[in-house]
Write a protein that binds this ligand. Structure first.
Ligand SMILES: Cc1ncc(C[n+]2csc(CCOP(=O)(O)OP(=O)(O)O)c2C)c(N)n1
Ligand SMILES: CC(=O)[C@@H](O)[C@H](O)COP(=O)(O)O
Ligand SMILES: [Mg+2]
Length: 633
């Protein structure tokens, strides 16, 4: 097996080009087998086997910089750079990261997870190279989906200006996670669809070359004629007009053709874009047939393609999706906006039921936010469905366009809290900190799936400005759902459990952790009050004053950044009112990035466990620390 001989790109270079197709098939078999046990981003990686092979075959990583946009399609790169033996640990705690990771290998020259950063990184590395007088190659692999990200277009604009030597590899498989959208996508489709473009382009170029150079006034006309004719025939003119040399399109699964076009690219000075046509999920029929579903998957049965999903109560996303459908049936103002995540955000069924009211803008969170503001300005009820981590991309638009103008935008913030296998680039742990200080915004989080439904109704009925509901990437608690949704008074908290020894103020999935901690503490004769701080903003000030009057021992527990989080808000509240004599502990995510693994492991890593919370309460109340262990059995 060739794959076993490859521990480094240098080993790859010992092979003949003609051997690479066999190696490609071995890599595909390896990926299909390994990911059937680990899960992961199968379809994206099956689509870039030959492309990744030829890049490592022709270029000299890590001296030549090979940058992967998003990085979810870097498994082949990891196989070729000595990490094949770690794939059993893919996306597990302390195991192989599912994205590019500099601490794993010198060949991982740029990390991501969020989309559309590769071209800016390539531009920076090309400038640095030239400033240092070095001459390495800089190659960025970006997908057709990521190319719709605003940052990518900003970088392309700059590349055409700077004209530095670099190679942009456009991996065009016509898919984002869902089918790709947008005018750029349609443009690429035109190029992709007309197989004769390449032939016409060559013939046309030969024809142009035959036109004798014309002097005088006619020259300008001839040039203009040439350009407009070229525009009609030659593909990739959009990129050429931006100052990049466009090469392609080329079959991204044909090693020989790939080798030829990159040899061509190496002889081009300035920025060049190589348009590579691939099939997402190539080589595994279920993934080719439905690459949306197989973009990121759980373990599965290879023969049948059956996904092995964990059973349990519906995920919060499903609850959101159903609630939105029920609300939209009653209110035609409701439109859903998604930046390229209709599946993950639970909007596919909504889009089928309400054609035209589900708007997928591509990977464009900033545009989605400001467009939502304008939708609200015109009297609609936009529901901006976005992962917490990806909302980070639209911070200014939230402040400047939505909150400052106090517009009725509803934020459905999914993946709030730890997300598990995607790890540090995808955790939704900063949105409380970056939203709660923005004027006019209401921010809430449900304790269970029934409260999520009620919060959706609360949000739709709210007409005083922007309102956000955040919910986690976990199953609900399996509670009964009220047949009718009801609104919740804005800013109202809820006492879930009485207790004299201490108070735990918390929200979302941490409520269960607090309940289990309180049960542990009963053994020590301590009774703990638990408060559902379901509104991060506005907080329930009346209850906060009452809690302080009743009990000086207060713990704030949150699955989010301690700094700027719910706990900070509570501290600010008491400090600003000069309420002292309290002993307050904040439990949450400290000033670190928490790596990939399971959500359970991530919570254990930083002490979001019943045992740790119980020991914190115990020490707070008794003034000394004691390890409160859950009894075995
Ligand atoms: C800023 C941001 N928004 C959304 C995502 C979610 N996301 C991950 S991959 C992906 C699609 C990328 O499509 P493409 O670049 O074409 O790569 P492919 O999976 O097709 O290889 C999306 C939307 C992200 N990673 N970053
Ligand atoms: C690579 C990327 O950003 C997405 O594929 C992300 O992994 C999806 O996350 P969920 O699995 O939580 O929908
Ligand atoms: Mg794509």
């Amino acid at each position: 097996m060739l794959i076993e001989k490859i521990n480094d790109p240098k080993d790859l270079k010992q092979l003949h080009l003609e051997q690479l197709p066999q190696l490609a098939e071995e890599i595909r078999t390896f990926l299909i087998e390994k990911l059937s046990m680990t899960g992961g981003h199968l379809a994206p990686n099956l689509g870039v086997v030959e492309l990744t092979l030829i890049l490592h075959y022709l270029y000299d990583s890590p001296n030549d910089k090979i940058i992967f946009d998003v990085g979810h399609q870097s498994y082949v790169h990891k196989i070729l750079t000595g990490r094949m033996d770690r794939f059993d640990t893919l996306r597990t705690f302390k195991g192989l990261c599912g994205f590019v990771k500099r601490s794993e290998s010198e060949h991982d020259v740029w990390e991501a997870g969020h989309s559309s950063t590769s071209l800016s990184a390539a531009m920076g590395m090309a400038l640095a190279r030239d400033f240092k007088g070095e001459n390495n190659k800089v190659i960025a692999v970006i997908g057709d989906g990521a190319l719709t990200g605003g940052m990518a277009l900003e970088a392309l604009n700059h590349m055409g200006h700077e004209k530095r030597d670099l190679i942009v590899v456009l991996n065009d498989n016509e898919m984002s996670i869902a089918p790709n959208v947008g005018a750029l996508h349609n443009y690429l489709g035109k190029i992709r669809s007309d197989k004769h473009y390449q032939k016409a382009k060559d013939e046309f170029q030969q024809f142009l070359n035959k036109i004798p150079a014309i002097g005088g006034k006619l020259a300008k006309t001839a040039e203009r004629l040439k350009d407009s004719l070229k525009y009609m025939v030659v593909s990739g003119m959009l990129f050429e007009e931006l100052g990049l040399t466009y090469l392609g399109p080329v079959d991204g699964h044909d090693i020989e053709k790939l080798e030829g076009i990159f040899q061509q690219a190496n002889n081009v000075s300035g920025p060049v874009l190589v348009h590579v046509l691939t099939t997402k999920g190539k080589g595994y029929q279920p993934a080719e047939a439905d690459s949306h579903k197989w973009h990121g998957i759980t373990p599965y049965k290879i023969e049948s393609g059956q996904l092995l999903k964990a059973v349990g109560p519906p995920m919060y996303t499903e609850i959101f999706s159903q609630a939105l459908i029920e609300l939209a049936e009653q209110d035609e103002r409701i439109v859903a906006v998604t930046p390229a995540m209709p599946g993950g955000s639970g909007l596919v069924k909504f889009g089928q039921l309400f054609p035209g009211r589900m708007i997928d803008v591509g990977i464009a969170e900033q545009h989605a936010a400001t467009m939502s503001a304008a939708l609200a300005m015109e009297g609609l009820k936009p529901v901006f469905a976005v992962y917490s981590t990806f909302l980070q991309r639209a911070y200014d638009q939230v402040v400047h366009d939505i909150c400052r103008q106090n517009l009725n935008v509803i934020f459905a913030i999914d993946r709030a809290g730890f997300v598990g296998a995607d790890g540090e680039t995808h955790h939704g742990v900063y949105d409380i900190a970056f939203l709660r200080h923005v004027p006019n915004l209401v921010l809430m989080m449900p304790k269970d799936e029934n409260e999520l439904r009620n919060m959706m109704k609360t949000a739709v009925d709210y007409n005083e400005g922007p309102i956000a509901v955040r919910y986690p990437r976990v199953n609900g608690r399996g509670v009964e759902l009220d047949p009718q949704m009801s609104t919740i008074p804005i800013g109202s908290w809820e006492k879930l459990r009485e207790g004299e020894s201490a108070v735990i103020i918390t929200q979302g999935p941490m409520i269960q952790v607090a309940e289990e901690a309180a049960d542990l503490l009963k053994r020590d004769g301590l009774s703990v009050q638990i408060v559902n701080a379901r509104f991060i903003k506005p907080m329930d000030e009346e209850m906060l004053l009452k809690l302080a009057a009743e009990n000086p021992h207060i713990i704030v527990l949150e699955e989010g950044s301690i700094m700027g989080g719910l706990g900070s808000a509570v501290l600010e509240f008491y400090a600003q009112r000069g309420i002292d004599g309290l002993s307050i502990r904040l439990i949450g995510i400290p000033d670190i990035f928490v790596e990939h693994g399971s959500i359970k492991e991530q919570r254990q890593e930083i002490g979001l466990t019943p045992e740790h919370v119980a020991s914190q309460v115990f020490s707070l109340v008794s003034g000394r620390l004691q390890n409160v262990k859950r009894q075995r059995g």
